[in-house]
Write a protein of this length. Sequence first.
Length: 265
Amino acid sequence: MTHDHDKAAADGSVHISPRYLAASWPTQHQAHLAAVGTARDWPCRMSAFTFTATSACGRITMHHDQRAEGRGPHLVITARTGPGAPERWRADIAGNTPVEFLAALATTIADRLEADPDHLIYGIGPDPDLIALKVDAHRWDHIEDHGLAGFQSRDGHAFMIGRPDGSPAPPLQGDESLVWDIGAVTAEHGALWAISFTHQTPPVVVNSVLSQILSPEPITRPATEPLPAALAPLVTVRAAQPRSGHGHPPPPNGSPHRPGNPRGH
């Protein structure tokens, strides 16, 4: 792979591919969380180490704790049936998750909460137990082993693993409630980032991250934003070319598949 950051810098922006290696810092996660809270008029609360944005209805909480950075999930998104109610489902964000992935996740949750809160909280809606995937067989290998199923990128760095309820496989990350574990690893960093979902998470929420990691489109970043040195040899960096027309390409879509048993096509 090529890495020509100096040439790209002259253009003012760069493409980073594969996109799952476009690392972002936890400080960027908190900044995005604050932006979401402000844009949606959600009540926000900040302390010396934490930042929390809660939907006006009290059903969704997005909580960042900088003390957890590097040790586990530092950003946790929790859905409840109402203020003070027990957790119904949860998304955990750890490591240097690309902020674009977090943006897709947070935007999907906020939009769905406004459009159809019962669908978001309870998973009520058309095909509520199905996951939609479109997988490029040239980029991803299907993996299935003793109750776990999913895909791994051909370069070995990215993965998406499903574990349905009742699977004989050991719990993902030691947590029986998790049904999806999505992330990237490198030899230099170990676990670069991870996003996990508990089993009652509506498929539309899980799909918001799956479509990001599966997209063949590179991520575009300002050339002034530094790429971790250890990742530079693993990605292709090139000057971004102006797009014709307006907007962005639609996210991948495809036939529905059940959680924990995806297949490519």
